[in-house]
Design a protein around this ligand. Structure first.
Ligand code: SF4
Length: 346
């Protein structure tokens, strides 16, 4: 499927769309993205907000700013938000998130679904955040091939592949709907590597996936390998095939149309929705901070205010033949059986 071209590629996309219509329906669900902080203790070689990037101004939103974003999501009937940040494990940070979660639940009367994307934490912290109101967690593996993972991360304990996989298991054990994802088109990455990534996602039996093309950032060590990259168009094309293939393999999971798709093609996210993605994460972070949360270059919408974004959503989704499921959580349909297993202790 990942090597399909011409007529075969069209057949692949047609099949993935049919499966999406049958198992998911034509509703796309929103997750208002709040980029809470770009402070990070890690140094991933591909990331613009890595600890060692001294060109990056750092910020952390105040609780009031986060609550303002949550109110915005509520007023605009988003159904859910995502709180995303660089990784920090200190007690001040983790307990601060717990308080924020409780506050958001309170001001929304429990109406807003909450996805967290806050990196590797202890099982205890995951449990605390789940109890406080988060119910989905996204932690990208980035590559399921250990050798490739090691190539794009520093070789120290803080960036260990085993720890990352272990964290994924702990997220699930803590009760969350589990999400992960990979980068597509990394220097030196092969089609076989990507096929293995798809099998890894199926093996892990994930509930949600967010994956997109690798987009280079000049202030990172991996930028030195840019001459090894396939073209941006090829990365985009591979990303679409990955989404379509995953939809065929895992019919009822949630698949996000990643923002990185839009960085390479103005309508990249819409094209992904047409062939299998069903989740969109509009950025609702305060506009003044958006330029400081650049994981990669050419990140879209950094100059916009949340209201600008909202105006174009209906039009954009309408283009895909789908519509927005306002005021709905849009949880992963794949999750239900496992949740029952946990509840009944089976
Ligand atoms: S990818 Fe995540 S953990 Fe790694 S440096 Fe960037 S923000 Fe930090």
């Amino acid at each position: 499927m990942l090597e399909a071209e011409g007529e075969d590629k069209q057949l692949l996309f047609k099949r993935s769309r049919e499966i999406t219509d049958h198992y998911i329906g034509n509703r796309v669900h929103l997750r208002g993205l709040i980029e809470y902080s770009n402070v990070c203790i890690k140094d991933c070689y591909y990331c613009g907000i890595r600890k060692s990037n001294k060109n990056q101004l750092r910020y952390t939103l105040s609780n009031e700013e986060v609550l303002e974003c949550a109110r915005y999501a509520l007023e605009h009937q988003y159904g859910s938000i995502v709180i995303q940040a660089g990784e920090r494990c200190d007690a001040g940070f983790t307990s601060g998130i717990t308080e924020l979660l409780k506050e958001i639940k309170k001001i929304s009367g429990g109406k807003l679904g909450i996805t967290l994307s806050l990196g590797e934490q202890s099982e205890e912290v995951y449990r605390e955040w789940f109890k406080a109101g988060g119910h989905r967690y996204l932690l990208r593996i980035e590559s399921s091939i250990q050798a490739l993972y090691n190539r794009i991360h520093p070789g120290n304990d803080r960036h260990s592949f085993e720890k990352r996989v272990n964290a994924l298991h702990n997220i699930r054990k803590s009760g969350f709907q589990l999400g992960t994802g990979v980068m597509i088109g990394l220097p030196g990455q092969t089609t076989e590597d990507l096929a293995s990534d798809l099998l890894f996602l199926r093996e892990l039996d994930v509930d949600m996936v967010g994956m997109g093309p690798y987009v280079e950032h000049r202030d990172t060590p991996l930028y030195a390998e840019k001459d090894l990259l396939i073209s941006r168009q090829q990365r985009l094309d591979l990303a679409f095939k990955m989404i379509a293939a995953l939809r065929i393999m895992m019919k009822d999971i949630n698949i996000a149309a990643a923002t990185a798709l839009q960085a390479l093609d103005p309508v990249g996210r819409e094209k992904a929705i047409r062939i299998g993605a069903n989740i969109l994460m509009p950025n609702i972070s305060p506009g003044m901070y958006r330029k400081s949360y650049k994981l990669y270059e050419d990140k879209p919408c950094v100059d916009e205010r949340p209201a600008d974004c909202n105006q174009c959503l209906d039009v954009r989704i309408g283009m895909t033949g789908s519509c927005i499921g306002y005021n709905e959580w849009g949880d992963s349909k794949h999750f239900t059986p496992k949740q029952e297993k946990v509840l009944t202790g089976i």
